[in-house]
Design a protein around this ligand. Structure first.
Ligand SMILES: [Zn+2]
Length: 399
């Protein structure tokens, strides 16, 4: 089966995850795609194919004769799509891109807004009709992994090491690694195939913390409040004004970290400020958290002890320090990209990834491109050529 046909079949399944759900997987509909993927892997003759109770698909392709002693490699992708944009009734279509704008039907993908599309001139692109996302994030990754397994299963003359596969639900709502079963996944190193444009290799992500600052005020009738009222809302605003103005998401890029106030709420008696702190560098990340604590201490020296209470929780860490001892994973990925005719590009992730969780839990797991672009958007697309090349990249990595 062509990677494209497999991909088009997967995007016909509606698999959005749902943050408000307490079930695993978060949406029942993901199980239908899980069953389909497991069925395909089973027909190809992979062993230990199973969909577990949480909707995770596992499979194992044993090494060819003489390669049993080689270290197994794992491939991980996710089958859910972002709940941010509808993934229902996806009408994928292939257009030959001749340059300029692409009329999707319900919307126009404009070259002026997405100038990078010019590099796909002359290629066939899979696009949407402008009403839904496409689902290349991450059904392209799933299709590429399953197609690589198919290639290896049907080419017994191609020598390869053992391959472990896991397709997870609920990555888009941050739960993709929650129920990852390391005992079922028979590889000690892996790649997630969940990145963007062809050639991207990612092994650096943010260190992340969530900060909640509670401001305790004193409320008194405004008519008799002189020298008594301590308005929590005003004190919260003052703290926000003392945050570094240029170190916000709107003013940073690349490896630059930031403080991001996500919401504030409250009244005269009490106010709550929520913020997230991000930095690629662990040292700077620690200093950012210290800054928040020092600022609260300073504000307390002005308004009284206990007025500002900061509650800081680390959310995830940069996988870089877990990948550095295994840089052969990156070198092999670069070689694989080049062998498929793609230019490898190392990009820092300005966010988190399931691979970071897996890496910190003991499974070093950099992220590879899927080939797709404009994820979580009605403008999402993927070049047909990139689907095929990524299948070849994964075959190379298995060999
Ligand atoms: Zn994804």
């Amino acid at each position: 089966m062509k990677v494209l046909d497999r991909f088009l079949n997967y995007v016909s399944f509606s698999t959005a995850s749902d943050e408000s759900s307490d079930t695993v997987p978060s949406t029942e509909r993901q199980r239908a795609l899980a069953a389909r993927i497991a069925h395909e892997l089973e027909v190809m003759g992979l062993s230990d194919v199973a969909v577990d109770g949480f909707g995770y698909v596992y499979a194992y392709l044993p090494a060819t004769a003489g390669r049993e002693g080689d270290e197994a490699i794992g491939f991980v992708a996710h089958m859910d799509t972002s709940p941010a944009v509808s993934g229902e009734n996806v009408k994928a279509r292939i257009v030959k891109y001749e340059g300029g704008d692409i009329d999707l039907g319900a919307a126009v993908l404009r070259e002026a807004e997405f100038p990078f599309i010019s590099r796909y001139k002359g290629q066939e692109l899979v696009v949407t009709d402008g009403t839904t996302l496409l689902g290349a994030d991450d059904k392209a990754g799933v299709a590429e992994i399953v197609s690589a397994c198919e290639y290896l299963a049907f080419h017994p003359d191609v020598s390869h090491r053992a391959v472990a596969v896991c397709i997870t639900p609920d990555e888009e709502i941050g739960r993709g690694a929650d129920h990852f079963d390391y005992s079922r996944f028979k590889a000690k190193k892996a790649y997630t195939v969940d990145g963007g444009e062809l050639g991207e290799i990612e092994y650096e992500n943010f260190n992340a913390a969530a900060v909640r600052i509670t401001v305790h005020g004193i409320n008194i009738h405004p008519g008799s409040a002189k020298n008594k009222m301590k308005n929590a809302v005003l004190m919260a605003a003052e703290l926000i004004n003392r945050m570094p103005a240029a170190e916000t998401p709107a003013h940073t890029e690349g490896y630059e970290g930031f403080y991001h106030i996500t919401d504030i709420s409250g009244d005269e008696s009490q106010a709550v400020i929520n913020m997230i702190v991000r930095d690629h560098d662990r040292e700077r990340f620690e200093r950012r958290k210290e800054f928040v604590e020092k600022l609260c201490a300073y504000m307390n020296s002005v308004y009284g002890e206990g007025t500002f209470v900061a509650d800081i929780t680390d959310t995830y860490y940069n996988m870089k320090e877990k990948i550095l001892p295994h840089m052969e994973l990156i070198e092999k990925a670069k070689a694989a990209m080049r062998s498929a005719g793609a230019q490898p590009v190392i990009v820092p992730i300005r966010g988190g990834t399931d691979g970071a969780r897996l890496s910190w839990e003991g499974l070093p797991c950099p992220n590879l491109s899927t080939g797709g672009a404009n994820f979580h958007s009605i403008f999402e697309f993927i070049p047909v050529e990139s689907l095929e090349k990524m299948r070849d990249v994964l075959v190379y990595l298995a060999r």
